[in-house]
Design a protein around this ligand. Structure first.
Ligand SMILES: [Zn+2]
Ligand SMILES: [Zn+2]
Ligand SMILES: [Zn+2]
Length: 153
């Protein structure tokens, strides 16, 4: 990860009136380094503290909330566990298999047709990104179908 990425995000943060503190910078770097891995706040704290052992847990929590308020970071609920964090620029929709936990990431644009139809029909603007969409992956659906077929025999 280039520090240019972190700098660009910190610049966006300053444009929105936020200050680039050490903890904020460290938190953003952890999220940049995680790439596609979904980190909970606990995991982010552990990683920040590896580099900066003097940073308190509560400070990282506070900074995550502040970064969310500034629109730089957002969280998503992937299932029953704790929420996970993303940089806003990398946000996307999540599909999670309820049987095996497999995670599939899809671009927001996949939902734009549905979003438009719901907006027109119900006057409601959906924001599906905040929660994962639960269902069944292809291989679990096949296994389940085989199980049903075996019972029917
Ligand atoms: Zn939430
Ligand atoms: Zn599955
Ligand atoms: Zn994701």
């Amino acid at each position: 990860v280039s520090s240019a990425d972190a700098e660009a995000i910190l610049r966006r943060l300053r444009d929105r009136g936020g200050r680039a503190t050490k903890t904020r910078r460290a938190t953003i770097e952890v999220l940049l380094n995680a790439r596609r891995v979904h980190l909970t706040s606990e995991e982010i704290i552990k990683r920040v503290q590896l580099e900066h052992p003097d940073v308190a847990e509560s400070t990282v929590y506070r900074q995550l909330a502040a970064l969310e308020d500034l629109g730089v970071v957002e969280h998503v609920h992937l299932g029953h566990g704790p929420s996970t964090y993303h940089l806003s620029g990398e946000a996307h929709q999540h599909l999670v298999c309820q049987r095996c936990g497999k995670l599939v990431e899809v671009p927001d644009s996949e939902f734009s047709g549905l979003a438009n139809r719901i907006e027109t029909a119900y006057g409601f603007h959906i924001r599906p990104r905040h929660f994962a969409i639960l269902g069944e992956c292809r291989s679990c659906a096949r296994t389940a179908a085989r199980g049903r077929a075996a019972k029917a025999d």
